[in-house]
Design a protein around this ligand. Structure first.
Ligand code: HEC
Length: 204
C-alpha cells in the first residue's frame, strides 16, 4: 500500500491522502474504538481523561488479559468466588503509594457450587468451585474526579464505582453509596480492600 501511495502525484495524491486520513480518523474515534480511545481526548498534545461519575465506567473489553490483582478470593460464607484484575497503569504502583490516575480495578463475582442444603462445596484443596459469573464490579480513578462527583457523594478520593450483571452491560445497582460506605474505612490504603495482599503477592 505504501508503494502505490508514493507513485501518486498532484491532486490525486492529495485526494487519496485526505480520503485515507478520514478513514483513519473514523477508525480512531468510531464506536468500535478501544475503551481507552473512547475515554480520552486530546488536549494540548496530552491525553486527558474525561470526567466520570459512579456508573460511568464500561466493562473493559480485555480485562481478563490484565494481571491478577491478588490470587482468587474464596468467600465461603456467601459461597462466592472472586477474581480481581488490575490494568497496567495500576500495576506500576509501589507499596505505600496511592494508585495513579488511569487505574482500573475489575472484580468478578462468581457463584460457587453449593450442596443441596446450600453449603459451599470444597475441592480437594479446600477451595471453592467456581460456578457462573454473577456480577462485575469496577473501580476507576481519574485525576480531580473527587471534585466532579455530585454533592453529598461519600468521599472516596478520585475513585468512581460501577457495577454490571454478567452480561457486562446491564447495570447491577445504582446504589453506589453502598460501595463507597464499605470502602471508606480503607482510606489509608487508597480505599482498596486487598491493597496489602496485592503488594505481598507482587513483592513491590
Ligand atoms: C460490604 C462491604 C463492601 C461493599 C458494599 C462493596 N465492597 Fe468492594 N470490596 C470489599 C472487599 C472486602 C473487597 C476485597 C475482596 C473480597 O474480600 O471480597 C472489595 C474489593 C473490591 C474491588 C477490588 C479492589 C479492592 O478494593 O481490593 C472492587 C473493584 C470493588 N470492591 C468494587 C466495589 C463496587 C463497585 C461496589 C458497589 C457496587 C462495592 N465494591 C461494594 C467490600 C465491599
Amino acid at each position: 500500500m505504501k508503494k502505490t501511495f508514493v507513485k501518486l502525484q498532484g491532486p490525486i495524491a492529495i485526494t487519496t491522502a485526505l480520503a485515507l486520513s478520514t478513514v483513519l480518523t473514523a477508525c480512531m474515534y468510531g464506536s468500535s474504538g478501544s475503551n481507552e480511545t473512547n475515554n480520552t481526548y486530546q488536549q494540548n498534545g496530552m491525553m486527558k481523561m474525561q470526567d466520570k461519575q459512579d456508573g460511568d465506567t464500561a466493562v473493559p473489553a480485555d480485562y481478563r488479559s490484565w494481571p491478577k490483582f491478588v490470587k482468587t478470593v474464596d468467600k465461603v460464607k456467601t459461597a462466592q468466588v472472586r477474581e480481581l484484575y488490575i490494568n497496567q497503569a495500576g500495576m506500576k504502583t509501589q507499596r505505600g503509594d496511592d494508585f495513579p490516575s488511569g487505574t482500573i480495578s475489575v472484580m468478578e463475582l462468581y457463584d460457587a457450587q453449593k450442596t443441596a442444603d446450600g453449603k459451599a462445596v470444597m475441592d480437594k484443596n479446600g477451595r471453592l468451585i467456581k460456578s457462573k459469573l454473577s456480577k462485575i464490579f469496577i473501580m476507576e480513578k481519574g485525576e480531580g474526579w473527587k471534585s466532579k462527583q455530585p454533592a453529598g457523594t461519600i468521599d472516596n478520593g478520585d475513585w468512581i464505582y460501577s457495577a454490571y450483571l454478567a452480561d457486562g452491560k446491564t447495570p447491577a445497582t445504582s446504589d453506589f453509596a453502598a460501595c463507597r460506605t464499605c470502602h471508606l474505612p480503607l482510606a489509608d490504603d487508597d480505599y482498596v480492600a486487598r491493597y496489602d495482599e496485592h503488594f505481598d503477592v507482587y513483592k513491590r
